[in-house]
Structure formats: C-alpha cells, structure tokens
Design a protein around this ligand. Structure first.
Ligand SMILES: C[S@@+](CC[C@H](N)C(=O)[O-])C[C@H]1O[C@@H](n2cnc3c(N)ncnc32)[C@H](O)[C@@H]1O
Length: 239
C-alpha cells in the first residue's frame, strides 16, 4: 500500500464504542493480556511473515526497547504493537496515553488493542505510509518504537518505513527496533542512503528467542571546510 487507505485508518475505539461501554471496558484490559499468547499464535498461523513471531515479546525485551523513553519524550509512535507488550511498558515508563499512537496492519490485533488501551489512538494502517499519511506533522514525534518484522520485508518497504518515520521524527529523535537476527536488521546501504546510524542498545536473553534492540538516529552532518576562494586565488598569484 503506497498511499494511505483511509478506509483502514483511524478505526478508533471511540468511533464504535458508546461512552457507557467504554467505561465498562476500561478495567478489563489486564484480563485480556492473559490471552495474548493464544491470539498471537493464531495470528502467526494465519500470517507468519507479517506477524514474524510466535509469541508476544517478553517484559525483559519491552524494558530494553523503551529504556530511553519517558514522560519527557513527548509524542511516541509504536509500529506493529501486536497485542501491546511494548505499549504497556511505554505507559509504565510514564508516556501519557494521549501522546501515544499505535500503528498496526493486522486487523486481528485492532479490537484487542482498543479494548486494552481505550484512551490510546489506534490506527489500522501499513507502517510504510507513516510519512505520506498526513497523520503526523514533520518533526512532531519524539520516538518511534518498532516491533515490525523488518527482516521479512523487502528493502524497498524498509526504506519507506524509515524514510517516513524520520520525516516525522524531530531532530534528535530516535527509532528503536528489535531483531532476532545477528546484527542490525537495517542493512548498511539503507542506513547510508538515509543518512542514519545504528547503535546496539542491549540484548534480552530472557526473551524467546533472545532479541537485540538497536537505536537508529540521524547522522550528525560533518562540518564541511569552507573555502575562501578570494584568499586562495591571492595565495596562488603571489607564488
Ligand atoms: C513480531 S510482531 C511484534 C508485536 C509486538 N510489538 C511484540 O513485540 O509483542 C510484529 C507486528 O507487526 C505488525 N506488522 C507487520 N507488518 C506491518 C506493517 N507493514 N505495518 C504495521 N504493522 C505491521 C504485525 O501485525 C505484528 O503485530
């Protein structure tokens, strides 16, 4: 999906739930989490490449990927929240629910996210549309947390996701990504092309399978040596 399919966007909890139902649903979200592994596994059976994991991420991985994020980060976007393992941790880190937006492409996860996190904006959208969607202003976002299975995506798609995310990330903002693989899941040519650098944050050994978190940020542009042409020509003529 290259542009935003608006029929799949902004399917927010508020739009289909009346206020009374919203109040009743609020305390139930913690119970929903006990069904995470089952619903997650069923989602993986139906779409293994898109879901990319057989079970939700552990608390250990959620702690690492959200380590640098807190109440002062401002607006945070989560890509591929699944059943909300990282969402829950972001809230525990102090991110305000009105500062958080979840972008999920798997329709099977949307009702559960809306039930678990009634005050959070949930958008049913391909993460590759984040830049072109017009949902966010350039430089509006403080951090992006991604649970996307980048290793099973085409380089073109990975480029679109990162290009879009960095278009809306503010200067100094970071993109956090985990991987089950060895090394950064974003290839060197893509990092170079987008002017990004990747730093390994930590590995969650207690995750199944163990997973490593990377932080992607913009490279600081090297100061270019300014050439004083007038002076250089004077120097040459005096030789
Ligand atoms: C490996 S799961 C991670 C789920 C959750 N963050 C966790 O760690 O438990 C990948 C998630 O990304 C979602 N996803 C895959 N491709 C996507 C895309 N193009 N846009 C948005 N979400 C996507 C899947 O539906 C799934 O929920």
């Amino acid at each position: 999906m290259s542009s935003v399919d608006t029929s799949r966007c902004h399917w927010s909890y508020q739009s289909w739930c009346k206020p009374r139902e919203r109040r009743e649903a609020r305390p139930r979200w913690r119970n929903v989490s006990s069904f995470d592994p089952v619903s997650f596994f069923l989602a993986w059976l139906a779409a293994p490449r898109r879901v990319g994991a057989v079970a939700p991420s552990s608390d250990a991985l959620a702690k690492i990927i959200t380590r640098d994020i807190g109440e002062t980060t401002g607006a945070v976007v989560e890509l591929g929240p699944g059943t909300g393992a990282f969402t829950d941790m972001l809230l525990r880190r102090g991110v305000r629910q009105e500062d958080l937006t979840l972008i999920e492409y798997g329709s099977e996860f949307i009702p559960m996210l809306q039930l678990r996190f009634p005050g959070i904006r949930v958008i049913w959208m391909d993460a590759a549309s984040i830049g072109a969607s017009g949902v966010f202003q350039p430089g509006e976002i403080g951090a992006v947390v991604s649970g996307l299975p980048l290793l099973s995506m085409s380089p073109r798609k990975v480029m679109a996701i990162l290009e879009g995310a960095f278009a809306v990330l503010r200067s100094g903002g970071a993109f956090y990504q985990f991987t089950y693989g060895v090394g950064c899941p974003v290839s060197r040519p893509i990092l170079d092309r987008l002017g990004l650098k990747a730093v390994r944050v930590d590995t969650a050994i207690l995750n199944l399978p163990p997973a490593t978190v990377y932080r992607l940020t913009r490279r600081i542009p090297r100061p270019t040596r300014s050439i004083d042409f007038a002076r250089e020509s004077k120097d040459v003529s005096s030789v």
